[in-house]
Design a protein around this ligand. Structure first.
Ligand SMILES: C[S@@+](CC[C@H](N)C(=O)[O-])C[C@H]1O[C@@H](n2cnc3c(N)ncnc32)[C@H](O)[C@@H]1O
Length: 180
């Protein structure tokens, strides 16, 4: 498990690097829109860091220590001060209504308990705060879905916490987020 976490952290930027040009507008529309005291859940190697507005203060929870080390390094290189804590998204140690903004990107399919995670987000965000997230989902059908179903088990094998596409499809079709 420790080796997988290390491998995941060590290869993450290389794996997602080719897609970053395509992901950048989504990072801009999430991290780039934050304000005030901001929490990022599961920041990985810190791909969102360059997108935060300068005046935002950033707190990060990232349970993989190898990811956390990389993102701290990236933050230093960018001259950003960040507070990094080793917590999981399901159990955040912050008082109610702490944050003006909460961000999570490419994460919600891999948390152990999606509902619990969203409940925690709701708890720690201020009543007038913003929740910014994005996630890839299963295609509605056709070759893309077939490809996702085919590649799902390989992703699971390599990264363990990535589940096969059928689970994404069920999870996403049943999930609803009620804006306040
Ligand atoms: C696909 S990466 C996304 C990284 C980053 N957010 C991005 O947009 O590139 C998923 C991250 O979620 C973290 N993670 C997995 N399960 C988690 C959980 N239950 N709570 C918090 N973080 C979790 C992993 O350690 C990993 O860093």
């Amino acid at each position: 498990m420790g080796l997988r976490k290390w491998l995941f952290a060590a290869s993450y930027d290389r794996l997602t690097g080719p897609a970053e040009k395509w992901l950048a507008p989504y990072r801009q529309r999430t991290a780039g829109q934050t304000r005030g005291h901001t929490l990022e859940i599961a920041a990985g190697t810190g791909a969102n860091l360059p997108f935060y507005p300068e005046e935002v203060s950033i707190t990060i929870v990232e349970p993989n220590p190898h990811m956390a080390r990389r993102l701290e390094h990236k933050a230093r290189a960018l001259g950003r001060e960040v507070t990094v804590l080793p917590h999981a998204g399901e159990s955040l140690p912050f008082p109610d209504a702490t944050f003006d903004s909460v961000v999570t990107t490419l994460v919600l399919c891999s948390v152990q308990d999606l509902k619990a995670s969203l409940r925690v987000v709701r708890r720690v965000i201020k009543p007038v705060g913003g929740f910014f997230f994005y996630k890839h989902v299963a295609a509605q059908g056709g070759w893309t879905l077939r490809f996702q179903n085919w590649i799902g088990p390989f992703w699971k094998f390599f990264w363990r916490w990535l589940s096969p596409a059928p689970r994404y499809r069920v999870g996403h079709s049943r999930s609803q987020i009620q804006p306040r």
